[in-house]
Design a protein. Sequence first.
Length: 416
Amino acid sequence: MRAVHRGLSVTAPISSDLRRSIYALAALNFFLADARDGLGPFLDGFLATRGWEPFTLGLLATIGGVLGMVATPLFGALVDASSRKRTLIILPVVLVTAMALWTLATPNNFSVFGGQSATAVVGAVIGPALMGLTLGLVGEKRFSDQVSRNEFWNHAGNVFSLGAIYVGSLYFGLNGVVGLMLLTALAAIIATLAINPAHIDNRVARGMGAKEQDDGPSGLSVLTHSKGLILLALVLMIFHFGNAPISRLIAQDFSIQLGSPFRTTAITTGISQVSMIVMALIAPWLITRFGLGFVFVVALMALPIRGVIAGSFSDFAAIYPVQFLDGVGAGLIGIATPLAAERILSGTGRFNVGLGAVMTVQGIGASLSNIVAGWLTDQGGYSLAYFVHGGVAAFALLLFMFGAKAIAPEPRKGVA
């Protein structure tokens, strides 16, 4: 069944039935903050306090990144073809949670490398599935605003989760962390099931646009012939090469200094998440007022500044501006990326596989950066890694300026 909202304008009223599914989508994003990544940012701090070296942690992140990188476009194609998008969220949540609990119970080489590799593979489907579900639920015209709302609820969920883990680990130790993981996974599953599948237009979800038409999706060659998509992928690859390891290194550094991995990581990550909430709130206004390209420029400028501050100051207080800038850069990029991909691929029917391909290329940068950052840290300390990765990110800004019109085109006529 196709959703009846497909042809509505942005300001047209939404039926109460559809509104319930959109509320469920908000709840899903809130609880996915903790359920989609398993241990997520806590893994490095947890393992660093158990004697794992930065290079080994970087290798672990690289392996996971490569596996996720390979899986993401394949899962993007699966999301495009599948009408069971809710299932493609529920199954990974169950498996990711199981792998995280295994790692916590027995943090040896087999459980850590095996569990995180499995997490990277199955977790790679959640991003494309969530984007496809969102586009199919609200349509092209509401997609930009809804992506920002998704990010708001996701980061709000992260802040809630970080606070709960801080308190839970303080009073109940590891058992508090395990209990929270189980509760959030269950809540994410319930929220997913609360989304009415009849409201998801699977044709719109794959980027076919709002028009009734008989022609099917474009061939996959549309991905390799799109200048905008290629440049977007390259910009994100460079950005994530610079950005990906910095928060991990901060978590390792201060977890060792302060001896409390879960509480330290909760504080450092919480700062960036609060910043991301602010970015999610103002992003729709920024896009409307200044355009999508402006949002990219602000996001790409934040990272080189972040690297300079992180490399110049070693006091714990430095994490506040450093992590705030993480929220500006990564927060805005997280919103701008699917919007750019949707505009570039609008009407092709290849949105999810195209977004998956972009995420794969950005994953190359993120994966390589982790092992490089680990080596740099072993050679010259954390400051050297911060300076190098922040400096590399400046090239992402230069490349974007070269291809801005292709990377962040204006929306199709009639799509606000």
